[in-house]
Each structure stands twice: as structure tokens, then as C-alpha cells.
Design a protein around this ligand. Structure first.
Ligand SMILES: NC(=O)c1ccc[n+]([C@@H]2O[C@H](COP(=O)([O-])OP(=O)(O)OC[C@H]3O[C@@H](n4cnc5c(N)ncnc54)[C@H](O)[C@@H]3O)[C@@H](O)[C@H]2O)c1
Ligand SMILES: O=C(O)C(=O)C[C@@H](O)[C@H](O)[C@H](O)COP(=O)(O)O
Ligand SMILES: [Zn+2]
Length: 384
């Protein structure tokens, strides 16, 4: 069991361990108070875990209600947000009550945005159930929905009051969903933790590791949350340092939109990191081994390393990026594994950069060399 305190403007604690869903009511009561709890989840996670969380909340004295929306990034939209807000209002949550986001990053982002706007902001608890949500999206307070123009274009900074990461939930992820979370873990390694990156090179985070050594997986999750904590506490509103967490995202978000949100966020970020690292090597910012090691590690985690979109298409989509300011854009460049910088480029330079990154990646294999053993979930059902 790990606890990590996030001492930002509105401090909270992250709990990482097993059998935490069963204790979630008590933990939420201590952190959030209130008397009503609205559990927001999706159609994959709700049937597996909502009953455990509502039972625990009821035992802790909460009146509960559950709202489930259709799973998938294509539902991280204004419709889902409004439905959640109407649901919370119908169930008469007041200013002291709590929204509980139970699911992956999509649920966390939309339910968090609903909590940020309902009655101008009420408390919310994050119960991340995907690897990606445990290592990244549940911590740091970015909430959002996608607009037609692009990813995460409407949202708010709104910190949760508690994060409860029950690693037992990872057992019902498919191999593909688990791999997707590894994209963000590899990102954390590249931006600031060479030791984490080397550890993954030696022992990839796969479904096999999950069944053989859940303790090691929990330790990796805790390390990732520490990395995110250090960045977020130093720069909560992304005026500088926090942009590092966006390594690979300008191209990644563009690819995600081009793929009509049918390719996972973590895989799109991995593709974005590969493109930027290749361009950085062409320009002499880093040596050739940096993109090679990133793409090898990405491939070993079952993620694709080449995309079907060209530089012009990615550039056009990336113009909606939040790090763009008029004719320039901030881009995170790797110098070596564990060290990156934030550079401001004019748009023409960024476009050339994408051309360099994609042309030097032209020979990369289209599919992972070592695909995960299968795409089924380990247990099929929650192992409780
Ligand atoms: N706010 C942030 O700081 C931040 C950071 C990173 C990513 N994100 C956002 O997070 C989203 C990606 O997160 P994600 O990969 O978790 O996506 P997701 O929420 O769509 O989850 C992926 C899939 O896994 C399913 N799932 C989740 N947990 C499960 C479990 N335990 N068992 C079975 N199925 C489960 C979901 O239903 C979904 O089908 C993107 O929208 C991305 O923009 C936000
Ligand atoms: O927490 C952050 O800051 C991040 O950038 C983490 C990213 O992994 C995440 O995908 C985030 O949602 C992207 O932020 P955005 O501001 O580019 O939408
Ligand atoms: Zn991300």
C-alpha cells in the first residue's frame, strides 16, 4: 500500500493498493465529507465495479446514485457532460456532496469537468481503473471534453479531493488497454526518469508481469504518480514546467483526432514521441539511440510505431494544440533519455520538424514486433 500526498493549491492524497474499492466509502468520507455521492462510470467499468463502490459508500453513510455513459473516447463530449450534470442535479447533490469518477481517463476527465462546473464546483473523488488513469489522468487536476475542433479543448483545472487506485482492477483490462497506459509511463521515463525507462527495458509492463508480480506493478504506478506530483506541484496551471508532461502530445492528439478516436491515447502519444524524437535526432538535439530506444520500448509494450498519416495532415490537426500561440508552438524535445526541454518554434519550423520526424521513421515496422499474447482480459471478471 502506497500513499502519496499531492501538496498543490488544494492538497489531496493518492492511495495505491489492493482491495481499496471495498474501503473507498470510508476513504472518501474522510477526504470529502458530504452526504450524497454520485458515482459516474462507463458501460465497461460500471458492471464490473460500481456495486462494490456503492456498497462501500452506503456503509460509510452516503446516499448513492450511479450514472453510466457509453464507454470510449468518442463519448468524451458535451452530450455526456450535460447528461452527467442533469443527473447530479436530479439527484439533488448539494455543494458539500461528492462526485465519484469510477473508470479510465475518459470518465475521470468528463466527471471531473462536471464536478468543476456543477454549482461552480463541488468535490470529486477519482477512482482510476485503467493503467493510464492510475499513472497519469487521475492526478493533477486537468479535466476536459473534446470538441469537433480537437482534443480536450474545453475543460477546467479542478483537483480531486482524493485518488484511490485499486491495482486489482487492472486484471480486467485487455492487453491493448494495458499497453496503452504504458505509452504515458514511457513518456515519464523519457522526460525525467532514466532509471524508470531502463527498468521497463529490462522488465516490460505486460499482462504477464501483472499476474506474476502485482507488487512491482504497484511500485511502478507509485513512481509515476511521484513524477507527476513533482511537476504538478511546481507548476499547477502549466505556465512552464508542466508542458513537459505534454511530450509527444501535439502530434499525438492530432493523430488521435485523425484516427477518429479509435486508437488509444497512449498509443497516439507513443507515435507522437517517436516522430518528435526522430526529428530531434535529425537536427542533432539528441543522438540516434534516443528515438531507437523509445521506439523499441514502445514496440516491446505492444504499441504501434508507425502511423498512416503524413506530416501535412498531422500539422493541420496540431494547429488546435493548446501550446500554440499565434504563429508559434511550444514543443518538448528529448536530449537524452530522462532529460527533455521545452522549445518555442515558429509554425513553419514545427511543420518541417514533423516532416523530418516522419521521413526518418518511414522504415519503421507498421505493427509491433512483439504483439501481446492475446487481446482478452486476464480474468474476464473482477477477481473478487
Ligand atoms: N487529465 C489528464 O491529466 C489526462 C492524462 C492522460 C490522459 N487523459 C485522457 O484520458 C483518456 C484516456 O484514458 P484511458 O486510456 O483510461 O481511456 P478510457 O477511459 O477510454 O479507458 C479505456 C478503455 O478501458 C475500459 N476500462 C477502464 N478500466 C477498466 C477495467 N478496470 N476493466 C475493464 N475495462 C476497463 C474503458 O471502459 C475503456 O473502454 C483520454 O481521453 C486522455 O485524453 C487525461
Ligand atoms: O497533466 C498534464 O499536464 C498532461 O499534459 C498529461 C497528459 O498526459 C494528458 O494527456 C493531458 O490531458 C494533456 O493535456 P492537454 O492540456 O494537452 O489537453
Ligand atoms: Zn496524455
Amino acid at each position: 500500500m502506497y500513499t502519496i500526498d499531492i501538496n498543490c493549491s488544494s492538497p489531496y492524497r493518492v492511495h495505491i493498493g489492493t482491495m481499496l474499492l471495498e474501503q473507498s466509502g470510508e476513504l472518501i468520507r474522510d477526504a470529502c465529507k458530504g452526504s450524497r455521492a454520485a458515482v459516474i462510470t462507463d458501460t465497461n467499468v460500471g458492471p464490473l465495479y460500481a456495486h462494490i463502490v456503492t456498497k462501500s459508500l452506503a456503509e460509510a453513510g452516503y446516499t448513492t446514485c450511479v450514472h453510466m455513459f457509453e464507454a470510449g473516447e468518442e463519448h468524451k463530449r458535451a452530450d455526456a457532460l450535460i447528461e452527467i450534470l442533469e443527473f447530479i442535479a436530479e439527484n439533488e447533490l448539494g455543494r458539500k456532496d461528492v462526485v465519484v469518477a469510477l473508470g479510465g481517463g475518459v470518465v475521470g476527465d468528463v466527471a471531473g469537468f462536471a464536478a468543476a462546473t456543477y454549482m461552480r464546483g463541488i468535490r470529486f473523488a477519482q477512482i482510476p481503473t485503467s493503467l493510464l488513469a492510475m499513472v497519469d489522468s487521475s492526478v493533477g487536476g486537468k479535466t476536459a471534453i473534446d470538441l469537433a475542433a480537437g482534443k480536450n479543448l474545453a475543460g477546467a483545472f479542478w483537483q480531486p479531493s482524493i485518488v484511490i487506485a485499486d491495482v486489482g482492477c487492472l486484471g480486467t483490462l485487455t492487453a491493448e488497454q494495458l499497453s496503452d497506459g504504458c505509452g504515458e509511463i514511457i513518456k515519464h521515463g523519457v522526460i525525467c526518469d532514466a532509471a524508470l525507462f531502463c527498468q521497463l527495458e529490462q522488465t516490460p509492463l505486460t499482462q504477464e508481469l501483472l499476474t506474476q508480480n502485482l507488487g512491482l506493478v504497484a511500485a511502478i504506478i507509485a513512481r509515476n504518480i511521484e513524477i507527476k506530483r513533482d511537476v504538478v506541484v511546481a507548476d499547477e496551471r502549466e505556465s512552464g514546467l508542466r508542458k513537459l508532461l505534454n511530450f509527444g502530445h501535439s502530434a499525438g492528439h492530432a493523430i488521435e483526432a485523425l484516427e477518429a478516436y479509435q486508437l488509444g491515447h497512449g498509443n497516439c502519444v507513443a507515435l507522437g514521441m517517436g516522430i518528435i524524437a526522430r526529428a530531434a535526432a535529425v537536427r542533432g538535439v539528441c543522438d540516434e539511440t534516443v528515438p531507437q530506444r523509445i521506439e523499441d520500448l514502445v514496440r516491446r509494450h505492444g504499441l504501434a510505431t508507425s502511423c498512416r498519416w503524413d506530416a501535412e495532415q498531422i500539422f493541420s490537426e496540431a494547429l488546435h494544440d493548446k501550446k500554440r500561440q499565434g504563429y508559434s508552438i511550444d514543443v518538448v524535445l528529448p536530449h537524452e533519455i530522462g532529460s527533455c526541454s521545452i522549445e518555442t518554434m515558429d509554425l513553419q519550423e514545427f511543420r518541417d520538424f514533423l516532416y523530418d520526424g516522419l521521413s526518418s521513421a518511414a522504415n519503421a515496422p507498421a505493427v509491433p514486433d512483439e504483439a501481446p499474447a492475446d487481446n482478452d482480459s486476464i480474468g474476464g471478471e473482477a477477481s473478487r
